[in-house]
Design a protein around this ligand. Sequence first.
Ligand code: ZN
Ligand code: ZN
Ligand code: ZN
Length: 140
Amino acid sequence: MKKEIEDKLIQKHTKPTTMRILVYEVLMQHDIALSLSEIERAFQVADRVTIYRTLKTFEERGIVHRISENNTSKYKLCGETCTAEKHQDRHLHFYCKHCKETTCGTTIQLPSGLDASVKIDEVRFFATGTCTLCLKKGLQ
Ligand SMILES: [Zn+2]
Ligand SMILES: [Zn+2]
Ligand SMILES: [Zn+2]
């Protein structure tokens, strides 16, 4: 596992420090997008600033994408196609109002080249509702 993460980081031109490996591992263990506090909770001794910096680096290197949700950001490991120059994460995100989990809905993609005359920093493409698991529990 550790070696695998090291290789992934090196591939993205990122030095595999202990902290980076740990943060990557936490993200890898979740299919849902995690907030800074959720990532912090996975650590026994958490240094919020260091985790935040790690995520920032990951974002710049095309390792994670940041999803802006109201007032918080959530982080999810990027797909193989992401590079530092260009994140390919213009897909629909789904937020469940019951369990408050955010997932990447990769089946619906925003068309690229939306407007070539502007530089887009961030696309907010969001759906909210009830996820499969919560629907099964009878929530609506
Ligand atoms: Zn990305
Ligand atoms: Zn749910
Ligand atoms: Zn996503």
